[in-house]
Ligand binder design. Structure first.
Ligand code: ATP
Ligand code: MG
Length: 699
């Protein structure tokens, strides 16, 4: 496409291409990206908020546990202090009563009374007894068995060896009788000189701590345990054996006890994370621990997290649905825009490559579109034509008419109108030369403004060719007509020659032979026989000459007229072919037609009947020759097989029907050939009695 052809369209996107060097972001994709970013931000914000809430919750649990561990530690300390007070009180009373110095045997009762009195009302002490120097139970409150050897127990060994100052808390021991667990707390008994006399021991039932700790446990997941500082468990009622095992083997935890209390540790037992608070029991070599399950403690947070996550997911899904719907709509619009661009590009291509000139004008008849073919037709570039009035391309004498035509067309509301090629549709090149154009015009409403588009084709050449063709056709027809008439004249002349000359001579010959024969009959009878034979041959020659003459042209056509000739032809055909021919001839009406017309009609009938004999396979034929004052009508109808479509008007070797048409055309008449397969064919010819002088013939 050359530079000027680009001016066909003013839309820069019409070529379907995007401006180069610019990043093109598809709106649908942008919407989805935006949704993704918003979703991520939303999810991240929700996750951070929840994580903060969880951290705060965990902090609160830790603070709570720390406070509970303090209570736990204080209550434990108080429990052991009260036991120790009982032991201290017992030791003091024993010294005050000086029971050791009595030698009258009353010391047994006194000691038991002291033990019973000390135990009275102390529910944390299950039994109180004194172990003698020999390691056996010497005295016991509540009548506990006396004499049993317990000298190897840790609470006796530690006091006897003096490795402990004050109360000693021993390992928990299971009672052989009732199976209940007890913790033994002992204090050393010594004489005034410091000599070891034995130990006072209080057994503390482990289940006492159940009651003590019950109010401290915050929830079902909480576990409380009491350890000796070396990690040996004393009380583990609320703690699972797995956790206990884990805690006793936890080196880091026990190292942590050496630092300042409380220690808060996070441990995962199995898949369950727990928080453990660890605290010294003041005044005793004990550690109290309390732990809670993180998931149980965070159940409120879990509920809130689930709710928030559900809400966030819901919002993301809703936003997603909206974004997808919007993206779909945008993609659909994008597709429409793309196909619009493509169709614009196609339209521009079509307009540019059109062989016909396309010119669009606005309401003010100013040119807004001028394609390359228009440039060629008017000899003017699009750059020069665009924006200028259309009138410059219309010869001055047509301008006013053209303007009013356009106005009428605009008011008519017709969308398209075709102006047939006429001499007065004349366009003007910029050089002033005039060209005849075939034009079609259409109107279109774009954004409330009317546009008129004309498609123009230079038909000067075509008109010249058509005129030449018509002239040649006319010449051909005239030539054909003159051939027909020459042929007919020639046939007539030969027929006449045959009839008048050769026929007469043969008849004369025959007459001469008759007189010779009469003479020979007497003188030479042998020769008479030969003359008879020759006479017979002359008769045959005469009839051949007659037949030839009639076939060439029946002389009765010229001598007697059309009707007798037609009658003879029908009889002749019927006789030769054996067809049943009905003749309906208006032979009473005087016929005044030219020789040319009567011989044409005779030849038409002859061709029609020949066709019936040759092709129709008919049994019955009706021939009608009707006359009224103006027209003469010849009709030949058979009941044969009819003309097949492919046979009708065969291009090669069949000229009979064409000849009929030509003859009728020369007479200025009309021919109708109707045929139905299996039902027969009708050839109908109507000619005017007096031949009209047609324009073409005249020309
Ligand atoms: N009456 C008829 N019945 C059936 N078929 C016919 C009849 N008249 C014409 N036809 C068919 O139409 C064709 C054209 O006829 P047309 O007279 O033009 O040519 P033709 O008879 O074949 O040759 P010719 O040039 O010698 O006349 C025939 O070949 C024949 O098949
Ligand atoms: Mg024929």
């Amino acid at each position: 496409m050359d530079a000027t052809s680009n001016r066909v369209s003013t839309d820069p996107r019409a070529d379907g291409l995007r401006p180069p060097g610019r990043l093109h972001v598809r709106p649908a994709r942008a919407v989805l990206c935006f949704w993704l970013i918003v979703s991520c931000v939303l999810a991240l914000t929700a996750a951070l908020t929840l994580w903060n809430a969880r951290s705060r919750q965990v902090d609160s649990i830790e603070r709570n546990l720390s406070a509970l561990s303090l209570i736990l530690s204080e209550q434990t300390a108080r429990a052991f202090q009260s036991v120790d007070l009982i032991l201290q009180g017992t030791v003091e009373r024993l010294h005050q009563e000086e029971v050791w110095t009595r030698r009258d045997g009353s010391h047994v009762g006194a000691i038991n009374a002291i033990l019973n009195a000390r135990m009275h009302g102390a529910k944390q002490v299950r039994s109180l007894f004194i172990v003698g120097e020999d390691g056996r139970v010497a005295y016991s409150a509540l009548g506990s068995p006396v004499g049993i050897f317990v000298g190897d127990r840790d609470y006796v060994v530690a006091q006897r060896n003096g490795t402990v100052d004050g109360a000693f808390i021993g390992l928990r021991v299971r009672n052989r009788v009732d199976g209940a667990w007890s913790i033994f707390v002992s204090r050393r008994l010594e004489g005034e000189d410091g000599r070891y006399l034995g130990v006072v021991v209080a057994s503390v039932p482990v289940n006492y701590f159940d009651e003590l700790y019950r109010s401290i446990t915050p929830d079902d997941s909480a576990s409380i345990a009491l350890f000796k500082r070396d990690g040996v468990p004393l009380y583990t009622e609320y703690m699972s054996s797995e956790l206990l095992e884990e805690l006793t083997g936890d080196r880091e935890m026990w190292r942590a006890t050496e630092r300042d209390p409380p220690q808060i540790l996070h441990r995962t037992h199995g898949s369950e994370p727990r928080i453990v608070a660890l605290r010294d029991v003041d005044g005793f070599p004990l550690m109290a621990t309390i732990s809670v399950s993180v998931s149980t403690s965070l159940s409120a947070w879990n509920d809130q997290a689930m709710f928030t996550a559900g809400w966030v997911v819901g919002v993301i899904v809703l936003l997603g649905l909206g974004a997808f719907a919007l993206a779909r709509e945008l993609r659909r619009e994008e597709g429409l825009e793309q196909s619009l661009r493509e169709s614009q590009a196609r339209l521009q291509g079509t307009i540019s490559s059109a062989m016909d000139a396309i010119v669009t004008i606005d309401e003010n008849q100013r040119i807004v579109l001028f394609n390359p073919a228009a440039e060629k037709l008017f000899g003017c570039s699009a750059a020069d034509a665009l924006g200028t009035p259309l009138e410059r391309f219309i010869p001055e004498r047509y301008r006013f008419g053209h303007r009013s035509h356009i106005d009428k067309f605009s008011e008519s509301g017709q969308t398209a109108r075709i102006k047939r090629a006429r001499a007065d549709i004349v366009a003007r090149r910029v050089t002033g030369e005039e060209v005849i154009v075939d034009a079609s015009i259409s109107q279109l409403n774009v954004a409330g403004k009317k546009l008129f588009t004309a498609i123009l084709r230079d038909i000067t050449m075509r008109l010249e060719h058509e005129a030449e063709l018509r002239r040649l056709n006319r010449q051909l027809r005239e030539f054909s007509a003159s051939l027909q008439s020459v042929r007919e004249e020639e046939r007539t002349r030969i027929a006449r020659e045959l009839h008048d000359d050769l026929g007469q001579q043969l008849s004369g010959l025959k007459l001469g032979l008759s007189s010779i024969r009469a003479r020979l009959r007497k003188d030479c009878p042998d020769l008479e026989e030969r003359v008879v034979t020759v006479q017979g041959q002359i008769d045959m020659a005469i009839s051949s000459v007659r037949r030839l003459g009639t076939e060439l042209r029946p002389l009765m056509l010229d001598d007697l007229g059309l009707f007798p000739a037609v009658g003879w032809l029908i009889d002749d055909v019927a006789q030769k072919s054996g067809l049943l021919i009905d003749a309906d001839l208006d032979d009473e009406v005087p016929l005044e037609i030219s020789d040319e017309a009567s011989s044409a009609l005779f030849r038409i009938l002859q061709e029609s009947l020949t066709n019936v004999v040759r092709h129709a396979e008919a049994r019955h034929v009706r021939v009608a020759l009707k006359v009224d004052c103006e027209r003469l009508q010849l009709r030949v109808a058979d009941d044969g097989k009819g003309i097949r479509l492919e046979e009708h008007g065969r291009p090669h070797g069949s000229f009979g029907l064409i000849g009929i048409r030509e003859r009728v055309w020369m007479l200025g008449g009309e021919v109708y050939i109707t045929s139905e397969i299996g039902r027969g064919t009708t050839v109908e010819v109507v000619v005017p009695m007096s031949r009209p002088v047609t324009e073409e013939v005249q020309a």
